[in-house]
Write a protein that binds this ligand. Structure first.
Ligand SMILES: [Zn+2]
Length: 134
């Protein structure tokens, strides 16, 4: 599993105490702060960084947080490259909420062809999570 350094946005291995690139001490980040940093990384001009951030959000299963979901949806509404779009959809599927579900259902025809499978997966994932909570 990987982390992303909130200072330099390079990858760090899970369990490392400090960023080996910039020396940032990972103990200094709370999970709330970390999710804000990831949101920032999503907006990084280098799309590779944004894709990594989306993958991390998906992998870490970051707690479903209104702010994060709102931002993921906003990013999907902006024009993005299709790989980033797929990565964001995947992240949205992992953190998903009723709002994310409604958005994906409503907009599923508006994304690129390569995102089609991710959309179906994300919708199913959120749906089964909602079913479990009922
Ligand atoms: Zn760093």
């Amino acid at each position: 599993m990987f982390y992303i350094c909130p200072r330099c946005f390079k990858l760090a291995k899970y369990g490392e105490k400090k960023c080996k690139y910039c020396g940032f001490d990972f103990k200094e980040i709370s999970s709330e702060e970390y999710s804000s940093k990831l949101i920032k990384a999503l907006e990084h001009p280098d799309h590779n960084v944004a894709v990594v951030a989306s993958n991390i959000i998906a992998k870490l299963g970051i707690k479903s947080e209104e702010k994060l979901i709102k931002r993921l949806i906003e990013l999907l509404q902006e024009k993005k490259d299709p790989y980033l779009e797929s990565a964001i959809i995947k992240a949205l599927g992992e953190v998903g909420s009723k709002k994310a579900y409604a958005f994906l259902i409503k907009n599923k025809g508006n994304f690129s062809v390569i995102s089609e499978r991710e959309i179906e997966k994300a919708i199913n994932k959120i749906k089964s999570k909602m079913d479990r909570n009922n």
